[in-house]
Unconditional design. Structure first.
Length: 176
């Protein structure tokens, strides 16, 4: 009987060690690596739908696409394809339209992420509030300027039309 008890304890102990993952790797939670994306600052006065660096941040897009496309090759994609994926990965309710909250979340995701919250230094609350208010202004401006049917959403058609106008204007300026 003593041998059976020891064997059972050994199996139980092994199961505990195999199942324990520690506080930094809880089951079911995606591990977020520390990284920094391009974040709109206001220094360029670009509108949200005109900001090439934001819309073409392939590392940001890839993070969202990882579950769908394990290793997308952005070098083989046209600007339009990259922008399509940018739009799609931020359309959280999959209605082919971005509302203000989805646009805001797309920008907020670009802020610095930390694997462990304790790694984050204390930021100035006023700076964070000013940045957030600036992002809200960018979203409001995008909806005011680009939501042509005034339904409160930026449809993919409206988004693509705006991006086409920007490219056409750039070509006209280049050909002058």
């Amino acid at each position: 009987m003593d041998m059976i008890s020891r064997f059972f304890n050994l199996i139980l102990l092994a199961a505990v060690f195999v199942e324990s993952r520690g506080p930094h790797h809880p089951r079911g939670e995606k591990i977020i690596k520390r990284h920094v994306h391009y974040t709109p600052t206001g220094s360029t006065n670009e509108k949200l739908t005109e900001d090439e660096q934001l819309l073409h941040d392939t590392q940001h897009i890839q993070e969202h696409l990882e579950e769908v496309i394990p290793a997308p090759d952005f070098s083989k994609m046209s600007d339009e394809e990259v922008e399509f994926y940018y739009f799609q990965v931020h359309d959280s309710d999959k209605n082919s339209m971005l509302d203000g909250l989805e646009l805001l979340q797309a920008i907020l995701h670009t802020e610095e992420h930390y694997e462990h919250p304790e790694d984050r230094e204390e930021n100035n609350a006023l700076q964070e509030e000013a940045a957030f208010n600036y992002y809200v202004e960018l979203v409001d401006q995008a909806l005011d300027d680009d939501d042509t049917d005034n339904d409160g959403f930026l449809s993919y058609t409206e988004f693509a039309a705006k991006r086409r106008r920007i490219r056409n204007n750039a070509i006209k300026l280049y050909n002058r």
